[in-house]
Ligand binder design. Sequence first.
Ligand code: G4P
Length: 288
Amino acid sequence: MHFLWYPGHMTKARRMMQENIKLIDLIIELVDARVPLSSRNPDIDELGKNKARLILLNKADLAEEGKSDEWVEYFRGKGYSAVKVNSKKGGGIKSIQSVIQEACKEKMERDRKRGILNRPVRAMVVGIPNVGKSTFINTLAGKACTKTGNKPGVTKGKQWIRLNKNVELLDTPGILWPKFEDQSVGLKLAFIGSIKDEILQTEELAAELVKFLRESYPGVVEGKYGIEGSDDAYVCLREIAESRHCLVRGSELDTEKAASILLDDFRGGRLGRITLEKPETQESPENL
Ligand code: G4P
């Protein structure tokens, strides 16, 4: 699913978020493990102050394992609970309930001291479009699904998914708007397919990806397509077109097609597990 964002969308998303945040104790924020910072919106820190926080590095199956571990440490160092998950295949999901309870430990303790017993923790999933919010909710709910609310005789309103006697999850996720004003953030979000391809030309985007890969994952493009790998990213796209027999009008190399193949292969994990951001280099915005 692709999104084009306008100021109106952001205002609406922010308003929805503000309303729903009032109802919950814990924010479960999904980020993309390949771009854990670029796929966040730091405004959530302001919106969610005083709430327990859990960051899930989703799509961990597409990111480099060791780097994801470093990111987990990075977020923990900043005071968040953090774990890696693969919502599509269910990896890491089994332990989520205990992670949620751990993230809410202080709140549960406060409740207990005030004599509030048996009040479940309420949580909401948030994240930018395409990060995997619905997949995560479905996978989690598939394991423990009892919907509450909107039943005759029960208070009308939000739908909650009861995960166990201690935790309830709001069944509609909160949508965060990406921070694509920063060019390098926009580029990385375009690489992973979170912002519409039409914003950037496919070939231009693919050429940028070639540059990044040659720098950080040398040999990957060459190995995948059996090409020499020119220093010039556009020549590299021509080599991919040649090796994949992408032709237009019978004989001309179709570099646009080659660019789409490269982007699709990257997004589908067919170039291997690749992380676009490293925790220690985040201070320098010119990175990438
Ligand atoms: P959203 O609600 O945040 O907008 O995201 P959604 O769940 O719709 O997921 C967006 C895409 O990301 C989906 O792919 C989904 O399958 C994929 N996805 C979600 N979690 C993971 C994960 O942990 N690993 C991987 N590899 N993919 C994940 P799609 O192409 O739109 O749909 P489909 O082809 O998978 O059906």
